[in-house]
Design a protein around this ligand. Sequence first.
Ligand code: ASP
Length: 327
Amino acid sequence: MKRTFAAIAVAAATLTGASTSAWAQNYPTRPITMIVPFAAGGPTDVVARIVGESMSKTLGQQIVIENVAGAGGTTGITRGAQAQPDGYTIMMGHMGTHGAAPALYPKLRYDPTKDFAPIGMAAGTPILIVARKDYPAKDLKEFIARLKTEQDKANEAHAGVGSVSFTTCTMFNVMNGIKPTRVPYTGTGPVINDMIGGKVDYACDQIVNLVTQIQGGNIRAYAIATPARSPALPDVPTTKEAGLPDYQVSAWNAVFAPKNTPPAVVAKLNEALVKALDDPGTKKRLLDLGGVLPEGKERTSAWLGEYVAQEVARWTPILKAGGVVAP
Ligand code: ASP
């Protein structure tokens, strides 16, 4: 019995080694799941669906989006990190799940720098401070002054501890001495829906979720936290123009696979992602939503790996100083 088992194990190991490259050559032969760690309709979901559609065409197999929300995106990313490293489960991470989360979750079950095979950056996403359209403040200065007097009467909504919205509004609140009631959601898609409905006062969110609603007058934007205005929202002032020059922050969305995914599979996925970014239709959709597209070496898997390490190192001291920790 034992001998038989050992013989099978050895045979299987030999086979695996010999056939990995052939197997990877044929990849993909069935649909690929892309985990989005937030609710449908938000920025991570939108970026995933836009690039996923084009990648599906290149790969000849459908990329199916699975929304696995919870714990600021860390629930879905934990599941993705633990999936089989065969290229059939990949995920759309972001600055929160792969930058801020380690500082906020002492018991995080993945290490952004060790447990993934980075595929590539999908889009940079500047952060805006947005509020319900009838919020009684005409500009950023008035808005901050009012929030200071209202304190916990104002409510700020975010996508859970560790999310981009949570992290970037923590910065905004701490910087201005504001202590709102902070309301967690499963993603900023539902946050903006409730903001349109008047249930939420304000949020800090990624541009790709906001352009259409700002243009339609459904929510108001007080400022964009980048050095220059966005071509997608030329009327929205920068934080510098609006009187809060030190509030500078941008987020990003990027594709990851679990660690130990074969290099040939990683290369195929990266190629499909880069092709998506060069596809005129896909590119236009991302740019119209205010996305900032990676160029040159920023499109490589290796660069993303280095960038994640830098982001973890950047966010850890900022968030630890803020004293926020999730269970
Ligand atoms: N923008 C979100 C965040 O705050 C999440 C989402 O994509 O829905 O992290």
